[in-house]
Design a protein around this ligand. Structure first.
Ligand code: NAP
Length: 321
């Protein structure tokens, strides 16, 4: 049987690496896109032992012709667009760069597939941040959007570009609307990774405090290796649609900190709450409804986030250098 070809943009990130591992286990030919083939970090591939399973290509998604070249060369069955400036915090410092990159890249991919008249199925990495100021919970696929950050606006824009190409040009484009999902490979500037890593460093005497912003808010957190399965499942369908991928429940950021400090025997006095780190706009609570993903995609997810924290703390502890 002919091997399927998948392109993954943002291959060096958390989701790119776990998705590549999933696809490599299914014998896909995997083309991983990175902005710089000279400077890209191989550490996630080494960690997951998939370095020989990926063909790395340099591709600037802001450069239309770079994408066209990749598509002509590989004619992929599936294209997972995971590349993005993915931090809400950074987006407040770099609103223009975030908006430009996260919207233009989506448009370029969809327009390339349309012009070349390919049957490539596209997965667009959308985000729960698009919903922002919600008036009722849980969030569903039909909840109105009121984005609260430049990142969220950029993702909402990418989301609607995907729907427009689906409806206007019949391009197969799925929006996977993912809530926060964590793993050992998460970048260190994200909350859960920062809490675990810093707590470990305090325990080892390398840091003196864990400094955080507003932790009296609740969020829906899950486990990245399980969430990439939903991405893949969404492209195995006959029809393109939008799916919320989430755990279905929320947890206080304060509880994540308390649990981690307690697990590592670090005193609570090391926690410093700093109003300077509060976001300009924030929501008290946010969680989603994963019924559609479970029913239509057959996706399974039943983990409590405290169980995920156990895995993450152990993995961080084991690999800490
Ligand atoms: P990540 O670890 O931050 O990786 C994103 C990748 O995008 C990077 O490895 C980078 O690869 C590439 N990139 C391209 N342009 C960039 C830019 N201007 N700034 C920074 N990186 C850029 O992201 P992730 O956690 O794997 O998430 C994958 C996708 O899902 C992203 O689109 C994210 O917004 C979305 N998402 C994630 C979550 C989550 O909880 N993780 C939730 C909802 C949505 P190169 O440098 O090699 O090009």
């Amino acid at each position: 049987m002919k091997r399927k070809v998948a392109v993954i943009s943002g291959i060096t990130g958390q989701d790119g690496a776990y998705l590549a591992r999933l696809l490599s286990r299914q014998d896909y030919i995997i083309i991983g896109l990175t902005r710089s083939s000279h400077n890209f970090s191989k550490k996630n591939f080494v960690y997951l032992d998939i370095i020989s399973d990926i063909i790395i290509e340099e591709c600037d998604l802001l450069d239309f012709s770079s994408i066209i070249k990749i598509l002509i060369k590989y004619k992929p069955d599936e294209f997972y667009n995971l590349a993005a400036q993915s931090s809400v915090g950074i987006s407040f410092e770099q609103p223009i760069g975030t908006l430009n990159y996260n919207t233009q890249s989506v448009l370029n991919i969809l327009e390339s597939v349309r012009i070349l008249q390919l049957d490539t199925k596209i997965y667009q990495a959308s985000s729960s941040e698009m919903f922002g100021k919600v008036h009722s919970l849980p969030v569903t696929e039909l909840t109105p959007m009121h984005p609260l950050s430049p990142y969220a606006i950029s993702k909402a824009s990418g989301f609607w570009i995907g729907i427009n190409y689906r409806e206007s040009y019949k391009v197969f484009c799925v929006n996977g609307i993912l809530f926060n999902h964590e793993s050992y490979l998460r970048s260190p500037n994200f909350f859960v990774k920062k809490v675990i890593r810093t707590s470990l460093e305090i325990k080892k005497g390398l840091k003196s405090e864990l400094r955080v912003g507003n932790i009296d808010v609740k969020r829906d957190f899950g486990y990245a290796p399980d969430y990439v399965k939903a991405m893949w499942l969404s492209l195995q369908q006959d029809k393109a649609d939008d799916y919320l991928i989430c755990s279905g429940t929320s947890i206080y950021l304060r509880d994540i900190i308390n649990y981690t400090l307690d697990y590592l025997n670090v005193p609570l006095s090391k926690l410093v709450e700093d109003e300077a780190l509060f976001r300009p706009t924030d929501m008290d609570d946010m969680y989603g409804d994963n019924k559609k993903a479970k029913e239509v995609l057959g996706w399974e997810y039943n983990r409590s986030f405290f169980d995920v924290l156990d895995l993450l703390i152990e993995e961080e502890n084991k690999n800490y250098k």
